[in-house]
Design a protein around this ligand. Sequence first.
Ligand code: FE
Length: 313
Amino acid sequence: SVTVYSHRHYDIDKEIFSAFEKETGIQVLVKEDKASKLIELISQKKDAADILITVDVARLDQAKNKNILQPIQSDYINSRVPSNFMDSDYMWFGLTKRYRVLAYSKERVNPVDIKNYTDLAQPKWKGKIAVRSSGNTYNQSLMASVIANSDQTKAETWAKSLVANFSRSPKGNDRDQVKEVAADRADIAIINTYYLGKLLNSENEQEVEAGKSVGLIFPNQENSGAHVNISGIGVCKYAPNKDNAIQLIEYLLSDKVQELYSAANYEYPIVKDIPICDLLQSWGSFREDTIALEEIGQLNTAALEVFARAGWE
Ligand code: FE
């Protein structure tokens, strides 16, 4: 068997794990929870898990610093994951990419009016920006990228003006922010790309309508590129089933699974030249930030400081 502690909360993962079980005869035992909780559990009971999967790079960096991961040398993994999406000590590897982008009201916003993350701080968007709380790791990594691309002081100035533009005190998840735009209580929502895919393909008609009411802006196309985060994976330091763990990671990086992450969960494959689904193709090609994700993870504490000083709840 192989025991997976995962923060991923997507249905497709269950299907992927059963397919792996059928192909290899290795049973996959999954425990889903928040990464912070899973990291705590692994720190307490060291041989509890073989693999940690997170939905954000900051938690991978945290797991590395807590000394619960081990370096993995696999030529296959190294050939599949671009170097900026893996840890330089081979402790963790990206599985999928997700961009933190702007979902704008097709009715009320002309997309040429907003090009960069910094533009969100312009006074013209007062009361118009919907975004979730700063406790959310996706926002923390976005802030880390803003710091990386300027500095902490500038990031703080930006954050203060952005907070002044909030349509409400941050609450809810990314999908809820799009619903705020659909309900005309905000004009722009900051969201991860795949959540728009989930809304558009929802069984709930209101969610589909909310999804249809927005378009996506991939920011920073004339400078650093759109902020990209990863869902990623690492082998635990005291993994009882290390070989099975490596086999599972390699399976998740196969063409077949990488394509499925896009087709079924609207994420972008981490592996280059994997076909993406029609919806992702419809969003077009764009420039992505090429900064090493490791650096984004390491700036997490600085990001938290900026949030605190800017009053971003
Ligand atoms: Fe998510």
